[in-house]
Design a protein. Sequence first.
Length: 166
Amino acid sequence: MNLGCVELGSLSDADLALLRREQVAFVFRPFNLVPTLTAGENITLPLLLARKRPDPVWLEAVLDEVRLGDYLTRRPCELSGGQQQRVALARALASRPRIVFADEPTGNLGCRSGAELLGLFRQAVRELGQTIVLATQDPAVAGAADSVLSVSDGRLAGQIPPPTLG
């Protein structure tokens, strides 16, 4: 299996860890935010761990899209579930990973916020060449995808046309 031009089976555990840190991001269903850090610190934590500086232009674009500017100094316990989900998404996108895995990323958001987050994913795909892999049961989210794969009992069951709403 490859990620870009890299054969994953040939990498050592240390090299796999480095690849995951630098080229893969996750948006988990339970957010996995560090409770003692502010929203802004949670967003930039993976970059700091990788000893990278955030790209201020991209970070500002991400924060504008997820509408977190007024909440960056708040801790997770001071944020709603939807705001915590936005922090998790911003954290995933801030480092411009090659691939983002997201588990129901719009699940805790209203329709408008969910549509905006899907727009940010589309922008990341278009402008950065990122690959976004979404796990969802929501036809509206699946309808925003370039391709939709069906999984049954943990196995690929086939590719289906993205649903269209309307």
